[in-house]
Write a protein that binds this ligand. Structure first.
Ligand code: FES
Length: 133
């Protein structure tokens, strides 16, 4: 389903430790407006950014999920709003262009290669049977 609408869920609850002490920030809160701004500049109105409370990857702040109907879902962690917002937009647009959500390895920004936590099949997916001779 090439070109379908994409949603980027951004965890806004992730806490990132600062200075190795009790202090922390919540990078997802900065990542949401950073992504919205860049997507607007890119004219990508069919890529939506939605804050979410937790994606259960709390030890790799901040975390996002990239999803679209009938495409594989990608969970990406270790994102910084200042350093990685452009990478997230680039990857989301490549994801949108893809047939099934699986972007070729060399087209993924390094952030997505290193930060991938999991990918999940789309709803109703069944693995094709191997062909027999
Ligand atoms: S608090 Fe961000 S994934 Fe759980």
């Amino acid at each position: 389903m090439t070109g379908s609408s994409v949603t980027i869920f951004v965890c806004v609850s992730c806490r990132r430790s600062l200075n190795g002490d009790e202090s922390y920030d919540q990078p997802g809160e900065e990542l949401v407006p950073a992504l919205k701004s860049r997507l607007k500049d890119a004219g990508a109105g069919d890529v939506t950014v939605t804050p979410v409370e937790c994606l259960a990857v709390c030890k790799r702040p901040c975390t996002i999920a990239v999803t679209a109907q009938e495409k594989w879902v990608y969970i990406i962690g270790d994102l910084d709003p200042t350093q990685h917002a452009d990478d997230v937009v680039e990857a989301a647009l490549a994801y949108q262009r893809s047939e099934d959500g699986i972007v070729p390895w060399k087209e993924r920004p390094p952030t997505f290669r290193k930060g991938v936590v999991a990918r999940l099949p789309p709803w109703g997916f069944t693995q094709p049977e191997p062909e027999t001779a």
